[in-house]
Design a protein around this ligand. Structure first.
Ligand code: FAD
Length: 625
């Protein structure tokens, strides 16, 4: 029987093992410490704009993250609510302790999945890097397998830095993984050092919350997963505080002591999660910076300070923290720190996240140069799913950039690579009007069906919702509005004069028709408010209005897409000798040789490869066939 081994029990590893086992493959999740499965190394939260979109996409493809955060979340908020359906994103504060145990319980009860504690030291092949045999562990034992998904996070040659101190570690309290990192480098994979950092954790009782701004969660909280029925945990508020002139003075005066600024770190850091040192140095005119005060768990007294990531020595961290209003008596339970680690250039991966030069090996998560739980989870799911498909002799699943943020992320990684920790942003998606997170289930239904990622019951649920949306849309097209009809009265009350009759869908396109007016109209339609699993009338109304109002833009986008899609379907043969092509500039030839695009579409997205070069390449491919 074929076997998959997943190395790592972080967010990528959980998804890879979960989907592989769900697809019926015998799977083992190997990780250094079973008690740390699903550990949130940094912020105790999931989602946000772009990231939340990916969690919904994962969920639509049978992933675990959405269900886990719904089961353990203690503060839910939809971000960007007022900026429209396309770019709003769910975010939730997790009870970090419960998240870990929920993740472990989920995996422990999955048929086909075994958990194993141990450190992988090497991947074994029958000859060279062909004919995968298994994974060797530090204790000398071997886990036999036919495919390996490596999701080793920040652990490969990890080095923690606090002030001038440095320590070999994968993250606080856990060892670094050096053997595996060294083997992968010895096999010729290109690597680079990246870095990230985390904030100090404080004792709740040492903070004066009466001086902080309260940030309540949404009431009622909205689940991430399309399949969750409820949010079971009690909900608690978060708080906001701002740095002061004193905080800035302490940071500036101690910059030479920071690992980041004292010249002790060579790695490249995440642009979008800067340390507090970075914020004061790079944005000198900003004055003050916002810090979110977030509970880590209902079971502990630990508080996380989002926005105060630092690598200053502990005594300086304490002075910084105590300079915040309400934090005069604050006590640090765990100081913040920076970590530097090896990651591998994702240009060495195929579009299914398998490593080109290593047979039977997939990489997912931080090892590919990304940062964040959601980015890791998304790659984990796709790598696990594709490893199973490879073992079964099936075509890989490659999501399009117009199909999912997950598709955008993988395409960015394997086509352009990344020089700094990659984080998902809605701005990375050129087709974001079509990528609203609320319809991820509908967008990815075809893929979920083909892959067998959802149960029969889950598929039925998604299909019923899509069906109901389509019927609602047809009702809106069919309902006729006149001045004297009930719809007309609602329009008149909104200040809209109707000179001629029109379809209800056209009426709802008008800006006068806000949410309240739309609700009043929809209530007049048969069956609008009937209860149905996963059907929330307010969210469905927003989706309908978005759909109606943005239809012309979406159609224009769809026409544009047709051209791009055609290129994505032109495969560049694996034995195509790019270096011998005539008519292409040296720069383009070098880029093509480095990136080894699999399709013409991928080639067109490599920075520096011009449309003219792509046309010429197309011609060469055509001639060679
Ligand atoms: P991880 O969650 O790190 O999991 C790796 C897993 O692999 C672990 O279970 C480990 O035990 C296992 N493992 C490693 N090597 C081996 C081996 N040889 N054998 C067996 N098991 C192995 N993200 C942000 O978005 N913003 C931030 O500000 C941020 N700051 C961070 C600060 C710190 C200090 C750290 C450590 C991480 C930070 N992150 C941040 C990153 C975030 O934690 C990761 O992006 C995310 O957890 C990556 O998931 P992963 O599954 O790739 O790896």
């Amino acid at each position: 029987m074929k076997q998959v081994v997943v190395i790592g029990g972080g967010h990528a590893g959980i998804e890879a093992a979960h989907i592989a086992a769900r697809m019926g493959m015998a799977t083992t999740l190997l990780t250094m410490n079973l008690d740390q499965i699903g550990q949130m190394s940094c912020n105790p939260s999931i989602g946000g704009v772009g990231k939340g979109h990916m969690v919904r996409e994962l969920d639509a493809l049978g992933g675990a993250m959405g269900r886990l955060i719904d089961a353990t979340g203690i503060h839910f908020r939809i971000l960007n609510e007022s900026r429209g359906v396309a770019v709003r994103g769910p975010r939730a504060q997790a009870d970090k302790v419960k998240y870990r145990s929920a993740a472990r319980r989920l995996l422990e009860h999955l048929p086909n999945l075994k958990l194993r504690q141990g450190m992988a030291t090497a991947i074994l092949w029958a000859g060279g890097t062909r004919g995968l045999r298994g994974v060797e562990l530090l204790d000398g034992s071997v886990l036999p397998c036919d495919a390996v998904v490596v999701t080793s996070g920040t652990f490969l040659n990890g080095r923690i830095l606090i002030g001038e101190r440095r320590l070999e570690a994968g993250r606080a309290g856990e060892p670094a993984s050096t053997h595996l990192a060294d083997q992968l480098k010895a096999l010729g994979l290109r690597n680079r050092r990246l870095k990230t950092g985390t904030s100090p954790r404080l004792a709740r009782a040492s903070i004066d919350f009466s001086r902080l701004e309260v940030q309540p969660g949404d009431d009622p909280p909205r689940p991430f997963s399309f399949f969750s029925r409820e949010i079971p945990q009690p909900q608690v508020p978060c708080h906001i505080v701002h740095t002061t002139a004193e905080t800035e003075a302490i940071v500036r005066e101690n910059l030479p002591k920071s690992s980041l600024y004292g010249g002790h770190i060579e790695g490249v850091g995440p642009r979008y999660c800067p340390s507090i040192e970075d914020k004061f140095v790079k944005f000198p005119d900003k004055g003050r910076h916002q810090i979110f005060v977030e509970p880590e768990s209902l079971e502990t007294e630990e508080i996380y300070l989002a926005g105060l990531s630092t690598s200053m020595p502990p005594d300086v961290q304490l002075r910084m923290v105590r300079s915040l209003p309400g934090f005069k008596g604050a006590e640090i339970l765990r100081p913040g720190y920076a970590i530097e680690y090896d990651s591998f250039d994702p240009l060495q991966l195929r579009r299914d996240l398998s490593v080109e030069s290593l047979e039977g090996v997939w990489f997912a998560g931080q090892i590919n140069g990304t940062t964040g739980y959601e980015e890791a989870a998304g790659q984990g799911l796709l790598a696990g799913l594709n490893a199973v498909r490879w073992l079964r002799g099936q075509e890989p699943v490659v999501l399009g950039r117009d199909q999912a943020y997950l598709g955008v992320m993988v395409d960015d990684l394997v086509t352009k690579g990344t020089d700094e920790p990659y984080r998902m942003l809605t701005a990375r998606a050129e087709h974001r009007l079509g990528l609203a997170c609320d319809v991820a289930d509908a967008r990815l239904l075809g893929v979920a069906r083909e892959v067998g990622a959802l149960t029969v019951g889950e598929l039925a649920l998604v299909e019923a919702r899509i069906d109901r949306r389509e019927r609602l849309r047809a009702q809106c097209d069919a309902a006729w509005v006149t001045q004297t009809s009930p719809f007309g009265s609602i329009a008149a009350a909104a200040g809209l004069r109707l000179d001629a009759g029109l379809a209800l869908s056209d009426l709802l396109r008008r800006q006068h028709m806000g949410p309240a007016e739309a609700d009043a109209c929809l209530t007049l339609l048969a069956g609008w408010a009937e209860p149905q699993a996963g059907w929330n009338p307010a969210w469905e109304r927003d989706l309908l209005l978005f759909d109606l109002r943005y239809a012309p833009y979406r159609e224009r986008e769809a026409r544009l897409l047709e051209g791009h899609r055609a290129w994505d379907h032109v495969r560049i043969p694996a034995d195509f000798r790019i270096e011998h092509l005539h008519g292409l500039s040296k720069e383009v030839l070098e880029k093509l040789a480095l990136h080894r695009p699999e399709t013409l579409g991928q080639a067109s997205r490599i920075p520096g490869v011009t449309p003219a070069a792509v046309t010429l390449l197309h011609l060469h491919i055509h001639r060679s066939q």
